[in-house]
Design a protein around this ligand. Structure first.
Ligand code: ATP
Ligand code: MG
Length: 215
């Protein structure tokens, strides 16, 4: 399966979600490749750090930039069970090209910063890609929501997304938790971090199950 984590807005959690999903997939015995289409190389650096620290399982990461990326992704998809693609911010060539190769994009949206303009742009990009790639489905995942469980940003997201038929809320909300930051900076997935943060693990597991249809 090819899973794209993308979006035009910077700092919404794309790399955090991509690295966690790749780690979880690998830990469950799948041959996964983490594809970094971001010039900042954050996902690749996370994988290198992981290798340096000797954390098992090793996650193979490659950086892919430039014109041939759609063909490269389709080629790589034949050699791995799964590709998890971290498509950096901005309306990049790589994001557009990856949208043509993938079946699903998950777009992290920072709960406190609903940005209708960016969502509208993403919806347009998705619709354009669907002309060439009708299987493409686009989901929004809420990230960095208030850790206070009484605050439900999900309702707001759902009503906002009514205006964009190309985008569906996937139903998962990840809250702002230090564990996500700590795990990323240690080259880990949040389920590998000690001490464990059961709430963070529960949230990322919900996302994992939706992405890989494992409910
Ligand atoms: N749920 C979360 N809780 C706490 N911190 C988070 C969460 N998600 C992401 N972060 C932190 O927010 C910052 C931005 O996240 P990340 O690098 O994943 O975003 P990005 O979309 O990949 O950014 P860019 O557009 O620069 O590639 C990082 O410091 C990350 O650790
Ligand atoms: Mg990133």
């Amino acid at each position: 399966m090819i899973v794209l984590i993308g979006g035009e807005k910077g700092g919404t959690g794309k790399t955090t979600l991509a690295t966690n999903l790749a780690q979880m997939r690998a830990a469950r015995g799948h041959d996964v490749l983490l594809v970094d289409t971001d010039k900042q190389e954050s996902a690749s650096s996370w994988a290198s750090l992981r290798a340096e620290e000797g954390i098992d399982p090793t996650i193979t990461a490659v950086q892919k930039l430039g014109k041939n990326i759609t063909r490269d992704l389709l080629d790589l998809a034949k050699r791995y069970d799964d590709l998890v693609i971290d498509a950096g911010g901005r309306d990049s060539f790589e994001l557009r090209a990856a949208l043509v190769a993938t079946e699903q994009i998950f777009i992290p949206v920072q709960a406190s910063q609903f940005d209708v303009w960016t969502l509208g742009n993403m919806a347009e990009l998705v619709e354009q890609a669907q002309v060439l790639n009708p299987r493409l489905r686009a989901f929004v995942v809420l990230n960095r929501a208030s850790p206070n469980p009484s605050v439900s940003e999900a309702k707001e997201a759902e009503s906002l997304l009514d205006d964009f038929p190309a985008l569906t809320f996937c139903g998962v909300t990840l809250r702002d938790r230090i564990a996500f930051r700590k795990a990323s900076s240690a080259g880990q997935g949040v389920e590998e971090l000690h001490p464990k943060d059961p709430k963070a693990i529960d949230e990322i597991t919900q996302l994992y199950e939706i992405v890989f249809n494992e409910k």
